[in-house]
Write a protein of this length. Structure first.
Length: 486
């Protein structure tokens, strides 16, 4: 069975005649335990319970057959992952998952079920159902990321919220000694937040090193340009001031340039200097394995659920295993509410009355990916991306290799930048973002959604590749661009 529900007809049913255990399962407690006047258990306690002690909360509504639940195998399409998404792929060639993601139907439906349940009895939802289910989502995400300290994982609405929490808290904790080190390739808004919060911000000029990739290809063993760039920054700072307690911000995958940073080696180097290390993992979850236990030198990792994991928008994750950093740098979430002065989860899980449906969709989405065989999905994504790059390379440059910004094993497994054909480049190489926009607009007008980037005066297309994408779509990109006239 493979039922599909359109949003209009979707009406989840509250369990009628359900056992009292389901509707009143928490019974009476002695006083308030969570925060404010919520009638829930303490969320820090729930988060730190061992698997043996913890009982996952039951869903408080009936699950329509065929929609995400334990028998998720019934729901996913066997033939075509494309229909598990709601994208209008009849009209659009959609090659820009990297920008804002695209939601899986299974998560969208689960979020809708929660919204409907909320409106049937708002107090039952907010007072009693919400917090235990948020904890369940946080526990599931922690396990998905192999977090060695599960209770160091909490939910946030998005990466921006996490970056704000960390940078404001860092500036407040370290005052005039605060020193943020990021990269010229870091996400634009992160740079603005850093400058807003801290007087001292150092930008590592990573893109100055990009040319060395081209040389390494010809000359043999590849230099680790990330390491060289970081070490040069460290060497130049050491003469002036120690970098102890400086905050180094790494990207799991950079946004505009789609390159993966070697997190293990860079965080180890930073720790030798006694720096704090944070990872912007906006493009981490699902696209690549996020195994927090393999990153012992990372103090904090922030991630988005709505990008490659394909949850509905409004769910992210913040990981910080150190209790002392939780209680200093992360003492204040970017939005403070009833949980202030209490435990890490209690401070972060509730940031005021808003729509938490995306966070509540996480278990359904994780079940979906598990049923798809995650490891295989990740392998297939990478190999499809490489095929797409080769196809565009042949179409635009007459060869498959040497056509990307970075070598393919440095580009992320699900996004890469392919150089546009020579006749679309500016000579000398001084293309601007305005030149990029004209071409992107042309593609958009022809129903191809893909971003054009200018990187150091050269124009590239940044292609995304998710499970719904097909090789024929990259052919469409090539043939559509062939019609472009300057
Ligand atoms: C590398 C990187 N960091 C941070 C963000 C911000 O994510 P959000 O807008 O979901 O907070 C993005 C968004 O695309 C990103 O690519």
């Amino acid at each position: 069975m493979n039922s599909r529900l359109s949003p209009q007809v979707f009406v989840p049913q509250l369990i009628k005649g359900a056992p009292r255990r389901v509707l009143c399962r928490r019974g009476h407690t002695q006083g308030y335990k969570a925060m404010g006047s919520f009638h829930s258990d303490n969320v820090d306690d729930l988060m730190s319970q061992s698997d043996g002690m913890y009982t996952p909360p039951l869903l408080p509504f009936d699950i329509t057959p065929g929609v995400a639940n334990d028998n998720i195998q019934d729901f996913i399409s066997q033939s075509n992952t494309s229909s598990d998404f709601m994208l209008d792929r009849e009209t659009w060639t959609f090659l820009n998952h990297g920008a804002f993601g695209a939601a899986l139907r299974v998560g969208y439906d689960r979020a809708a079920q929660w919204r409907y349940h909320l409106e049937q009895q708002p107090l039952r939802y907010f007072d009693r159902d919400l917090l235990p289910h948020l904890v369940y989502s946080a526990r599931r995400l922690a396990d998905f990321c192999q977090a060695p300290v599960r209770e160091g994982t909490t939910l946030i609405p998005n990466v921006t919220f996490g970056l704000n929490s960390i940078l404001r808290g860092y500036a407040k904790t370290y005052g005039n000694d605060a020193h943020v080190i990021l990269w010229d390739t870091s996400y634009g808004s992160l740079k603005k937040i850093a400058h807003q919060c801290c007087n001292k911000v150092t930008e590592i000029p990573l893109s100055n090193y990009f040319d060395r990739w081209g040389n390494a290809r010809k000359e043999g063993p590849e230099e680790d340009i990330f390491q060289s760039a970081l070490e040069e920054t460290i060497d130049s700072s050491e003469q002036s001031k120690s970098l102890e307690n400086a905050l180094l911000i790494l990207d799991h995958t950079t946004s505009n340039t789609a390159i993966n940073m070697p997190l293990q080696s860079l965080s180890r180097i930073a720790k030798e200097q006694k720096m704090l290390v944070m990872v912007d993992g906006a493009h981490g979850l699902l696209a690549q394995q996020v195994s927090l236990e393999t990153l012992p030198h990372v103090d904090s990792y922030v991630a988005n659920g709505h990008k490659w994991l394909s949850c509905p928008r409004g769910i992210g994750m913040l990981y910080c295993p150190s209790k002392s950093l939780q209680d200093t740098v992360l003492a204040e979430p970017a939005v403070m509410s009833h949980g202030m002065g209490q435990g890490f989860q209690t401070r972060f899980l509730w940031d005021g009355c808003r729509d938490y449906a995306a966070a509540l969709s996480v278990p359904a989405v994780l079940d979906y990916w598990r049923s798809r065989n995650l490891e295989q999905v990740q392998k297939d994504l990478e190999s499809k991306l490489h095929q797409a790059v080769h196809l565009l390379g042949r179409a635009w440059h007459g060869r498959e290799t040497g056509v990307t910004l970075a070598p393919l094993d440095i580009h992320s497994p699900m996004m890469a930048l392919v150089r546009l054909p020579d006749h679309l480049q500016k000579h000398p190489t001084n293309a601007t973002s305005a030149d990029a926009k004209v071409i992107q607009d042309f593609l958009y007008e022809n129903y191809v959604e893909v971003p054009i980037k200018d990187i150091r005066g050269i124009l590239y297309v940044r292609i995304s590749c998710h499970v719904y994408n097909e090789i024929s779509e990259y052919e469409t990109l090539a043939s559509t661009l062939a019609k472009y006239r300057q």
